[in-house]
Design a protein around this ligand. Structure first.
Ligand code: SAH
Length: 507
């Protein structure tokens, strides 16, 4: 049986502008054929199992010719695969989507189109420019600035000028002098407001404004970054009133987030809410240990009421322990034990199972947890700590200072280092470095450095959740900032402080 092809629009860059349907389809993909314009935030949503084929143009990289792309889609679908063709913006707006369907239609391969948010409208919106406004125009036109094969433009400038509508040119930066001349020669007012909108909806978003008569000169004095669109029309002026994107606290800041994959999204959405562009790089993953005998024995003892305290030191620790518990017993195994958590993340994970912590330390680290919990222990108490194979030794040391207590430190999971299969981190660092990397544990620092071997880490600006993490980052010579408290909220606040300092430094 043949597979199917989904032609999916990824939107203009901001991962939040990807459609729900697109995301759903992507999660089921066996093969993903993607373009250079697809945002990194969206690439990191591609499932681990999917095979990736890069079809876009990117300098220094080889890429597929259009016919080859068409053929790859056909062949993969014929193998029975779910094929997602992921394209920047909307696939049918100057996206060659139509061309890619022809061969599929000829061969009776089923396909679906998932439209995307086009840069033609979204990029002006992110710059505070409504493409239509009743006071200024009654139409909007989207035009390509790409020349035809015979080196001429297929544009009727006179007709465009007569519409009095807003004009949006895609792929037009190289052609800017020709396009403005065409419009001026056709009689458009040289004072017509005109803007170049670079890298819209990303941290690199930037706007150059002028008039039809001045824009070429203005651009000749600066480097115009691509991709960029050109907008010509009275509505362009409205950016002075409506520009909003740059006003967000973390606008213009590209943050690399390293966390275990399953936890990454909370951190990312907090940062995105503040306007940051987030590059997700799962540097570590957690894997349950192979030898389950110790944790199984502990669960039996727990059910028998032999432990007075159970201690959780990470959300992953909670999740993995609960998986083991439910494999053997049920929630009543925890009926008589008191629960201690290292901080809010673990507490939240527990809440998901209908549980609450009886104790959270005043400072969210292993040493303080050990010290403060030791004060609560009574003679003869047994404490169970199901956690990572390499856990902070201070926790156990502090607890053991209390006499006549038993501490069972049981490894339930290992931390493994992961490299993202999609984002070539080396390339990401070289061509488009992020401003800040966020680390939530010493192991994420280690995972990050493992996957970027050979990099100059002294250039990395690291925002760390606590002292141990900071120490790990400093070992690699990174410049560090450390959150005042080990919570996600304080970590985001710390990102804000670091971003502000870096911005000031650059100015
Ligand atoms: N199908 C895409 C357009 C593809 S043509 C869409 O609907 O958006 C490629 C052109 O799109 C680029 O040359 C540029 O003009 C524009 N473009 C795409 N993404 C952009 C972005 N984030 N910012 C500014 N222009 C962008």
């Amino acid at each position: 049986m043949s597979g199917k092809v989904w032609l999916v629009g990824a939107g203009p860059g901001d991962a939040g502008l990807f459609t729900l349907k697109g995301k759903e389809v992507l999660e089921n993909a066996d093969v993903v054929v993607y373009d250079a314009l697809v945002g990194a935030g969206i690439l990191s949503m591609i499932p681990e199992k999917a095979e990736l084929i890069f079809a876009g143009k990117r300098s220094g990289n080889h890429y597929l010719k259009q016919e080859d792309t068409n053929r790859v889609l056909l062949e993969e679908a014929q193998k029975g695969k779910n094929v997602v063709r992921l394209k920047g913006g909307d696939p049918f707006l100057f996206g060659r989507g139509g061309e890619e369907l022809e061969l599929l239609a000829e061969n009776d391969i089923p396909f679906e189109i998932v439209p995307g948010i086009t840069s033609a409208f979204a990029v002006p919106a992110y710059n505070g420019i409504p493409v239509t406004h009743r006071d200024f125009c009654s139409s909007v036109h989207v035009i390509t600035g790409h020349k035809r094969g015979n080196n001429t433009y297929d544009i009727d400038f006179k007709a465009l000028v007569d519409t009095k509508g807003t004009l949006v040119f895609l792929m037009g930066i190289a052609a800017l002098p020709d396009l403005t001349k065409g419009l001026l020669d056709a009689g458009m007012d040289p004072d017509m407001p005109t803007a170049i909108l670079e890298r819209g909806t990303t941290a690199d978003q930037h706007r150059i404004t002028g008039t039809l008569g001045t824009i070429v000169d203005i651009c000749s004095r600066t480097t115009v970054l691509t991709p960029a669109i050109i907008v010509v029309g009275k509505v362009v002026k409205l950016n002075e009133e409506f520009a909003w994107f740059e006003k967000q606290p973390l606008a213009g800041v590209k943050v690399c987030v390293t966390r275990p994959k399953e936890l990454i999204s909370t951190m990312s959405s907090l940062l995105r809410k503040e306007g940051a562009e987030v590059l997700e790089m799962p540097a570590i993953a957690v894997k349950p240990v192979e030898d389950k005998a110790p944790v199984e024995a502990a669960i039996e003892d727990l059910s028998a009421g032999k432990y007075q305290w159970i201690v959780f030191t990470s959300p992953s620790g909670v999740r993995i322990f609960m998986d083991e518990l439910f494999a053997k017993a049920d929630i009543r195994a925890l009926a008589s034990v008191r629960i201690a958590s290292i901080g809010k993340g673990s507490e939240k994970a527990l809440n998901g199972y209908g549980l609450k912590s009886d104790f959270i330390p005043s400072v969210y680290d292993g040493e303080t947890l050990g010290k403060e919990l030791a004060e609560k222990l009574e003679e003869g108490d047994k404490v169970l700590i199901p956690r990572a194979a390499i856990g902070n030794p201070q926790l156990v040391e502090e607890l053991k200072k209390k006499e006549n207590v038993t501490v069972d430190d049981i490894a339930t999971y290992d931390t493994v280092y992961e490299t993202s299969h999609v984002l070539d981190e080396h390339a990401a660092m070289d061509s488009d470095p992020f401003d800040l990397a966020v680390f939530t544990s010493a192991s994420t620092v280690k995972g990050f450095t493992e996957s970027l071997k050979g990099m100059d880490f002294t250039k990395v600006n690291a925002v760390c959740i606590g002292k141990q993490t900071q120490a790990a980052a400093e070992q690699y010579g990174m410049k560090t900032w450390t959150a005042s408290k080990a919570t996600l909220k304080d970590l985001v606040e710390c990102v804000r402080i670091a971003a502000k300092e870096l911005k000031e430094e650059r100015e």
